[in-house]
Design a protein around this ligand. Structure first.
Ligand code: GDP
Length: 424
């Protein structure tokens, strides 16, 4: 059985925690898109970890972790991440890397930085991990596939070709030092030696596992609103964040994904630029940011303060629909316990009309939030394990949101730990 765990919003919904929790019952956890640009924060018996590339199931010794073909594979980051968890007492995880994954080169990271510098104030708020230049090259068909690392002749020819192209940009657009083909080749050969023990045909491995009835989790990064097609383009990421892409990025049949658990946060947060209709500011925002997540709303990869806002039912309904949600995991609800009243964005006013459908970016920029306010519950709900034991106003908040988004909330997360979960 294959289940996908994906985000409904702008990322940072708590997918890492839900994956880590569900990995207990899983055999295989697969990353199918994205790269080292986003991070998951996980708290378990070994401590607190910020993972960027490794799937969130690496803490269990019974699971196999797979880096699928859809991932932007940063080899030194992956190897370092493995070493860092092992050095903190986690048993050495079993990690397989797709022979069809493509490699983030050091020049992708450089080009990301150069482009942000060039754009100045008009930048896209990139995490500068090379993700956009990486995916551009992948689709321009000048990327390096892991399988090519084992064919030195191909590498030689390709590094020369790539240098020619990149050096034009370096010289004329960015005015930066030029590349040498032999340096690129050297980098690739180092990567080959680092990654070789993990490489295999992961799609064949998964096919066999599916036939054997294994439990497989697909772990998404970011959320629906960062999807390049369905999100807030151009303030999006460069690979699809949707569960449907899990089939492609893992190399499995789409009909095998039978459960799609969409993680949806009890309020809104976003990193980077872009329209954010229910955003709040000043002291109101500072307080939510300080209390938010686990130890505040600051990016796991960048440490940047996240923008925060009230729950956005328009964006979340859309986000859940685009994922193909079967179950909603509603997270970080405990954080709202300090509020007397909780506004929820239930509609957007655009051109004088109220809508509950999420618009494309040009219209989104004009949207004004319409709020309904619900009473708060004014207590700490951490530690509660049964739905009935939640305060009445808290249940009302959950049920109100469930009705607005139109998908069943089957899990409520009321703390960062593995056991802070209420099943409905
Ligand atoms: P991801 O990228 O979707 O995995 O999300 P992040 O890991 O970036 O952000 C989620 C943050 O919220 C992390 O610091 C988690 O430890 C924390 N977290 C997850 N679920 C809960 C919850 O139910 N309550 C609280 N207070 N924190 C949570």
């Amino acid at each position: 059985m294959v289940k996908a765990i994906v985000g409904a919003n702008w990322g940072d919904e708590g997918k890492g925690k839900i994956t880590d929790m569900m990995a207990k019952e899983a055999d295989i956890i697969v990353r199918f898109q994205g790269g080292a640009n986003a991070g998951h924060t996980i708290i378990n018996d070994y401590g607190k970890f910020a993972l960027h590339t490794l799937p969130s199931g690496v803490f269990y010794s019974h699971t196999t972790s797979i880096i699928g073909n859809g991932v932007a594979l940063n080899i030194p980051v992956l190897v370092e991440e493995i070493q860092s968890i092992v050095s903190r007492g986690v048993p050495k995880p079993k990690i397989l890397v797709s022979n069809r994954a493509q490699i983030v080169m050091s020049y992708h990271v450089l080009f990301d930085q150069y482009e942000e510098e060039r754009l100045g104030g008009k930048s896209f708020g990139s995490t500068k991990s090379g993700i956009a230049p990486f995916y551009s090259d992948k689709y321009a068909k000048i990327g390096f596939q892991v399988s090519e690392l084992f064919d030195e002749e191909t590498l030689k020819e390709k590094t020369e070709r790539i240098c020619e192209m990149k050096n034009v940009m370096l010289e004329h657009l960015y005015h930066k030092p030029l590349f040498k083909a032999e340096d690129l080749l050297k980098e690739l050969l180092e990567y080959r030696d680092m990654i070789a023990p993990h490489v295999c045909d992961t799609s064949a491995y998964l096919w066999k596992a599916i036939k054997e009835g294994k439990n497989i989790l697909l772990e998404g990064q970011l959320g629906s609103l960062k999807d390049p097609d369905h999100g807030i383009y151009p303030m999006v990421t460069s690979s699809s964040t949707l569960a449907a892409y899990g089939a492609i990025g893992a190399g499995i049949p789409p009909y095998e994904i039978s459960k799609i658990i969409t993680v949806c946060k009890a309020y809104s947060s976003a990193v980077g630029a872009g329209a954010f209709v229910s955003e709040i500011f000043d002291e109101e925002a500072d307080e939510l940011r300080r209390r938010g997540g686990d130890g505040g709303e600051f990016g796991a990869t960048t440490g940047r303060p996240r923008r925060v806002g009230w729950f956005d039912a328009v964006a979340s309904k859309y986000g859940c629909r685009m994922q193909g949600t079967t179950d909603v995991a509603f997270t970080v609800l405990d954080v709202l316990g300090y509020l007397d009243e909780i506004p929820v964005c239930v509609g957007y006013e655009i051109d004088g009309e109220l809508t509950t459908e999420f618009p494309p970016t040009v219209k989104l920029a004009q949207a004004k939030p319409a709020f309904e306010t619900l009473p708060g519950w004014k207590c700490d709900i951490r530690g509660i394990r049964k739905y009935e034991d939640l305060p009445e106003n808290c249940r009302k908040y959950i049920e109100f949101i469930e009705e607005k988004i139109g998908f069943p909330i089957t899990m409520v997360s009321n703390g960062p730990g593995r056991d802070d979960i209420i099943y409905r």
